[in-house]
Structure formats: C-alpha cells, structure tokens
Design a binder for this molecule. Structure first.
Ligand code: ATP
Length: 202
C-alpha cells in the first residue's frame, strides 16, 4: 500500500499510555492518516539528563500498545541511530524510504512540546516538511501557543487536535506504579503485563 498521509509520533513512551493512543487515533481519524508511526526516541533531546527505560523495552511496550490497531506502526529508526534523537534527522530518514517518499507528513505533538518547538534543531525545516498537530495539555493555552509558533516560524502549518485535555503523563504513571497503585485504566493491559513481568518502575 502506498502511503499518502503519514503521522509521525515521536516520544519517550516510558510507558506508552492512554494519552498517546488517544492523540494518535484522533489524528488518524481527523486527518485521514493512512498510518501513524510511533517512534521511540533513543535519547530525547529535552530529557537527555533523565535515566529512562531501555530502548528495547520501550519499543516492546509500544509494539504491544499498538498491536490491535492496523494503522499504527512501530519504527525503530531513532533507536537504531543511537545518540540524541533529533526529529529533523528522523524526517529525513523517513523521506528516504520508498513507501513514504511522496507522503504528506503530520507531526504529532503535545502542547508541552509545541511550547518548545521553535527551539528544536532546524525547527523551520521541520515545519516546512510537516504539518504540526498539537494535542491540548493541562497548563497550556493551545490557541495562544499555536499563534506564537506561527509568529516564530512564519508559514508553519499547525492544527489543534480536537480532543479534550487528558492530563495523564508517563511520569505520573511511573510514580503510581512505583507506589503499587492501580493504573489499569490508563494504559493497555498488554503493556501493564509487560511492566509487571520486567519489574519496570519499581
Ligand atoms: P513524561 O511524563 O515521561 O515526560 P509523557 O507522558 O509526556 O512523558 P512522552 O513519551 O514524552 O510522554 O510524550 C510523547 C509525545 O506525546 C509528546 O509530544 C507529548 O507532549 C505527548 N503527550 C504525552 N502525553 C500526552 C497527553 N496526556 N496529552 C497530550 N499530549 C501528550
């Protein structure tokens, strides 16, 4: 199948949770995306100082989280590249793949990431190549934020994702798991099983 409209969804996914899945699905249905690529970062630029779960384990959790959904795929390209994962390098790598060469690209971001976006490596080049899809997040006024990024990067194409703010973060989930609290409504059972098997976040 040739891909005309491709979603690019980078993140730490430590662990993947309901916020990630809802964003990806709302993006898919709203923009009629043929595929959404979930791309776990090797070393996220903005989290370089934080110890995170191994790339292989995060990739496995993403694989389990998206397994029921045929339009969602896992890409290990950032893990394979190693080092700090810059989105611009990922977009270039995606473009080199034959099936995605002609695709229109949509970059999925939470409002917290959009707030920093203008400072990303080659942000203007990213915005030239991809439409930015921003999900609301508690503490960020999305409309104002979008207007600011449009001022910082003229011609950037940015659309809000039509979903309610769902303020679940991986950080909060990790702390609940550590404390032995229930989280089964917040991430897929298959992921939670893996977390238990591997003793993650304890
Ligand atoms: P952490 O708490 O470890 O910082 P996180 O929950 O923010 O993690 P990431 O894997 O870092 O998750 O997020 C990947 C992308 O998904 C980012 O663009 C982030 O803004 C977005 N995102 C994650 N959770 C949500 C949410 N609940 N609502 C909107 N966007 C989200």
């Amino acid at each position: 199948m040739s891909i005309a409209r491709l979603g690019i969804f980078g993140g730490t996914f430590d662990p993947p949770h309901i916020g990630h899945l809802l964003m990806a699905e709302v993006a898919r249905e709203t923009l009629m995306l043929d595929r959404v690529l979930f791309i776990p970062a090797a070393i996220p630029p903005h989290k370089a100082e934080i110890a995170i779960t191994s790339g292989e384990e995060r990739a496995e959790m993403v694989a389990r989280a998206i397994a029921p959904y045929p339009a969602f795929s896992l890409s290990r390209c950032e893990l394979a590249r190693d080092g700090v994962s810059y989105t611009i390098d990922t977009l270039r790598e995606v473009r080199e793949q034959k099936e995605y060469g002609g695709a229109r690209l949509y970059l999925l971001l939470g409002a917290d990431m959009l707030a920093q976006f203008a400072a990303w490596k080659e942000a203007a080049a990213i915005a030239r190549d991809a439409t930015l899809l921003a999900a609301p997040r508690e503490g960020f006024e999305l409309t104002r934020l979008i207007a600011r990024v449009r001022e910082q990067i003229p011609n950037a194409d940015i659309a809000p994702l039509p979903m309610p703010p769902l303020d679940v973060s991986a950080t909060w989930l990790r702390s609940r798991i550590k404390e032995g609290r229930r989280v089964e409504w917040l991430l897929p059972a298959s992921v939670l099983e893996y977390v238990g098997e591997r003793g993650l976040y304890r």
